[in-house]
Design a protein around this ligand. Structure first.
Ligand code: B12
Ligand code: SF4
Length: 369
């Protein structure tokens, strides 16, 4: 277990208590965030996809904005829903909510815990969103997860005093343990693997990592559950025909590319959903959600050739190859025979990683494998 002292006490803000009160010991150390003790037995939980301005993502290259389902926070939503929690999902990436409207939405919802995903480029926007949450719901527990939160958990807690907990790596199991600990009124969270938390006003603790979920098929079937997908229209490079929805077949990547963080949260070992499970998901998207296209959101979809060949053959056999699809992969993970089978299974667009268009930068940043 790593103990990390906070660098600056000024960065810490508390609901209702001044820092002097806290540091003078008028509040017991274990109650350094007193609102923890108000956490109810039937908490109302929200997974909130924060707004990330298109110009921040696209810069001057922006030509057309697309929207993909955020599969990380959706996975947590579905997992909690499947376990019977009162959980909600709200996506602000469409940009049609200003700060006041978001605060009103949060106040109306009276959520007890809100979870947000953090990527490095989105971090400052997430931290601003957390400030709005704290203004709207002073007693709400704020939890971050995702790639940046995993890699920079102590730093994120320091930079974002509104955040109470960080869940590193896969969030499903840790989130449930955290909710249950909060319900029991626990204030020592040291037994929860994968959690980064504040022991007191001066100490951040990184608990040991949690093992990754070995069998992905234990996650709930129907990866979007009751979510309305109609607003998720991908970028034109990611679909052939609409409606087109995302799916993923794997977690983790064994390659050590220096510029990529695909394995930060999901590990270096490739774990896959069974092909039978992917087929069930495709059927749900086609027959229940009305999909005519699919975007395989995996970073390197064809990493395991044997696996995808079996999947493509099943897609053809089940008549799912009328779902025209796009995917991402590496040029060294395809061959003419595989590409022909992919086409037969419905593939129409492949996005290949090109590392860098600049030879000098490539020499500096890109490892060769
Ligand atoms: C598909 C994809 C996209 C899609 C969909 C994004 C999405 N939100 O799902 C699109 C194209 C939109 C996209 C956009 C961006 N992406 Co992207 N994307 C990916 C990719 C290839 C797969 C993501 C995925 O679906 N994973 C599957 C899910 C299940 O895993 P997960 O998201 O990690 O979620 C798990 C845990 O992280 C955690 N978790 C995640 N969220 C939360 C929230 C809470 C509350 C909790 C408790 C836990 C938790 O639990 C989840 C389940 O176990 C990854 C690479 C990879 N293989 O991970 C890059 C990746 C995540 N993207 C990355 C980046 C940088 C971006 C952008 C910021 C790029 C940009 N400048 O615009 C944007 C941000 C978009 C946004 N609005 O937030 C980086 C992040 C690096 C970093 N240091 O943060 C990655 C790792 C790729 C890389 N370059 O290394 N992305
Ligand atoms: S192969 Fe792709 S997903 Fe894997 S580490 Fe390299 S760039 Fe990232």
């Amino acid at each position: 277990m790593a103990y990390i002292p906070l660098q600056s006490r000024e960065e810490i803000k508390y609901s209702g208590q001044s820092e002097n009160e806290l540091l003078s010991g008028s509040i017991q150390e274990k109650e350094h965030r007193p609102y923890f003790l108000k956490f109810p037995q039937n908490p109302k939980i929200l997974l909130l996809e924060p707004f990330y301005p298109p110009e921040a993502a696209w810069g001057s290259l922006k030509v057309e904005q697309g929207y993909l389902t955020p599969l990380g926070s959706v996975s947590i939503y579905r997992w909690l829903q499947d376990k019977g929690y009162d959980v909600h999902f709200f996506d602000t990436q469409f940009g049609d909510f200003n700060s006041e409207e978001l605060k009103n939405y949060l106040k109306q919802g009276q959520y007890h815990m809100i979870g947000l995903p953090v990527f490095t480029p989105t971090a400052s926007y997430v931290f601003e969103t957390a400030k709005l949450i704290r203004e709207a719901l002073p007693d709400c527990i704020v939890v971050y997860g995702g790639v940046h939160a995993t890699d920079m958990s102590a730093e994120s807690l320091q930079e974002s005093p509104e955040c109470d907990f960080i869940i590193r790596r896969e969030g499903e199991l840790t989130m449930v343990e955290l909710i249950e600990a909060m319900k029991s009124g626990e204030t020592d969270f040291s037994r929860i693997e994968g959690l980064t938390w504040r022991q007191d006003a001066e100490t951040i603790i990184l608990n040991p990592d949690r093992a990754l979920i070995p069998d992905l098929d234990v996650t709930p079937l129907g990866m979007f559950g009751d979510l309305d997908l109609t607003r998720y229209v991908p970028h034109p490079t990611q679909y052939i025909q609409l409606p087109s929805y995302s799916i993923f077949t794997q977690r983790g990547c064994p390659y050590p590319c220096t510029f990529c963080e695909a394995s930060t949260a999901l590990g270096k070992k490739l774990r896959v959903f069974s092909q039978a499970r992917v087929i069930e998901e495709l059927k749900i998207l086609k027959y229940e959600k009305g999909a005519r296209g699919i975007y395989f959101q995996d970073s390197t979809f064809t990493l395991n050739r044997k696996y995808v060949v079996d999947l493509f053959e099943r897609m053809i056999k089940e008549g799912l190859n009328d779902l025209l699809w796009s995917c991402n992969t590496r040029t060294d993970r395809v061959d003419p025979e595989l590409l022909a089978l992919m086409y037969e299974a419905g593939c129409r667009t492949i996005t290949y990683g090109i590392e860098s268009g600049n030879q000098r930068l490539e020499r500096i940043f890109v490892s060769r494998f």
